[in-house]
Design a protein around this ligand. Structure first.
Ligand code: CO
Length: 496
């Protein structure tokens, strides 16, 4: 029997799930070569929230990150998470922008494109998959796992047929909320494997402590790979740790053989990185959280929720809002909870509790109800759809939503030129998704914020000029003075 393959997610999902996506390229590069030498099936290094985070928080060009990681880890295929027609944003983009984004990513070395749609609407995957295939790269189609009356294992497995029809090279069962149970994983993998010979990858989160067991069941059912990470960017709301997963497979006919000593060295290195990222990490993310199972929401959404409720002074209503989540989900056609639908459902649940059910419809809820994000898995509540039509004055979309969007690349290039930004396809796609952040990235930075004080020379004019000089000949005194908000320290020796 073939040993199971592990893909490693530490450079993307690992820190996105456990450290608010704040790992910098500089923190990744020292071990990129080591990770590359481990024989992982793939290194997930890009996409998801990393592109947003590079621009918004880290002052990094995302494409430069990809270039550097590819140069440092050239052997193992690099993998990215792509939100289909949403690219790596929350709304739909026209086909030409999706195509340009995929072309740029491939040009900078991306190998495997893991492509999902929050509604599991295959029409939202088509353009990205077609472009990836045309470039000779690997298109991995995704089935987003969720639970609802309309998401039976058989129906989810049937989605695989459509992905295969679109010529995907492999299929990923993506369990963003850690809701997969061992038995369901087994049945899902078996169902897909019995229909198709394509590689099946299981991706889960250990939020509720089930991922490792679900992986084992998936492996027994014939899964070809599972995603693991490295502690401290593993377990909890992230993927199971590589060492832990391998240890759990002792005695299994498919146990892999990833080098334990190197894995321990990597862990040691990442512990150092975690120290630098402490303020973005929370012990709550490491805790096994069975709330995720009863609320059925992704772990990341739970922690965001708590913060948002505090901001809205609604923290006392936490349970009420959580109870409203399934109500909103059902009304919006049982949409899975994954970016961006998790944010949309969460926001609407808060509004329903704050103002009364459906008294205040968020624009995004209107768009979902009118099919602008794609076809929801179940029927939209007629009452909510009527409200959405009334509020927007628009009729529901029945076709593929992106068919209604005009091409934008020529316009984006003009906008870049008008702003004096370098006119490249890379900048155009970044600007389409993150206009303010992309512009800010190229703006001359304000004179580097508090630079470390230079060691020397300290412009001390004359000891006598210092108002507080206890000038005793033969003695040395230390002085500190501040010039233009910069603090200088000097030791002055009184000579006479
Ligand atoms: Co994930």
């Amino acid at each position: 029997m073939k040993p199971i393959t592990f893909n490693n997610t530490v450079l993307r999902d690992g820190h996105q799930s456990l450290a608010a996506t704040r790992m910098t390229t500089k923190q990744m590069l020292p071990v990129a070569g080591t990770l590359d030498g481990m024989d992982f099936g793939a290194l997930e290094t890009w996409g998801g929230a990393t592109i947003d985070s590079c621009l918004r928080f880290l002052n990094e060009n995302p494409f430069d990150r990809l270039d550097q990681l590819k140069a440092a880890a050239p052997r193992t295929p690099h993998m990215m998470l792509l939100r289909g027609q949403n690219i790596v944003q929350y709304t739909s983009f026209p086909d030409d922008v999706v195509e340009a984004f995929v072309r740029c990513s491939a040009k900078h070395g991306m190998d495997i494109f893991r492509i999902f749609d929050a509604l599991n609407d295959p029409r939202n995957l088509r353009t990205a998959i077609r472009t990836v295939k045309a470039l000779g790269k690997h298109a991995q189609g995704v089935i987003c796992y969720t639970t609802s009356p309309v998401h039976t294992p058989a129906k989810l497995a049937a989605l695989a047929d459509e992905l295969v029809e679109m010529e995907c090279d492999s299929i990923c069962i993506k369990d963003m909320a850690g809701l997969l149970t061992p038995r369901i994983t087994y049945d899902l993998v078996k169902a897909i494997k019995s229909r198709h010979s394509f590689p099946v990858i299981v991706h889960s989160h250990d939020t509720a402590g089930l991922a490792l067991a679900s992986y084992l069941a998936g492996i027994d059912a014939g899964a070809d790979a599972v995603d693991t990470s490295i502690v401290p960017f593993a377990n909890g709301t992230g993927q199971p740790d590589t060492l832990r997963m391998q240890a759990a497979m002792a005695g299994h006919p498919r146990v892999p053989n990833y080098d334990t000593r190197t894995l321990l060295e990597l862990r040691k290195y990442f512990e150092g990185v975690a120290k630098e990222l402490t303020k973005f990490m929370s012990p709550a993310n490491d805790r096994v959280d069975s709330d995720a199972l009863s609320y059925q929401v992704p772990g990341g959404m739970l922690s965001n929720f708590r913060t948002q409720l505090v901001e809205m002074k609604m923290e006392a209503k936490f349970n009420e809002v959580m109870a409203e989540v399934p109500v909103v989900r059902e009304a919006l056609g049982w949409i899975p909870l994954v970016t961006p639908t998790s944010q949309i459902v969460g926001t609407q649940a808060m509004l329903n509790v704050k103002f009364g059910r459906w008294k205040n419809l968020a624009q995004a809820s209107v768009d979902i109800a009118l099919g602008k994000y794609g076809r929801p898995p179940g029927p939209v509540d007629p009452e909510v759809q009527a409200l959405a039509r009334k509020q927007s004055g628009q009729e529901p979309v029945t076709g593929r939503p992106a068919d209604l969007l005009a091409p934008r690349m020529p316009k984006l290039r003009e906008e870049l030129a008008a702003k004096g930004l370098p006119v490249t396809d890379e900048n155009a796609v970044l600007f389409a998704m993150f206009p303010r952040e992309t512009e800010a990235f190229y703006k001359p930075k304000p004179a580097a914020a508090p630079a470390p004080a230079p060691a020397a020379p300290a412009p001390v004019a004359a000891p006598a000029a210092l108002p507080f000089a206890p000038a005793m000949p033969g003695k040395t005194s230390r002085y500190a003075l501040t010039i233009n908000e910069r603090r200088y320290e000097a030791t002055v020796e009184i000579l006479n």
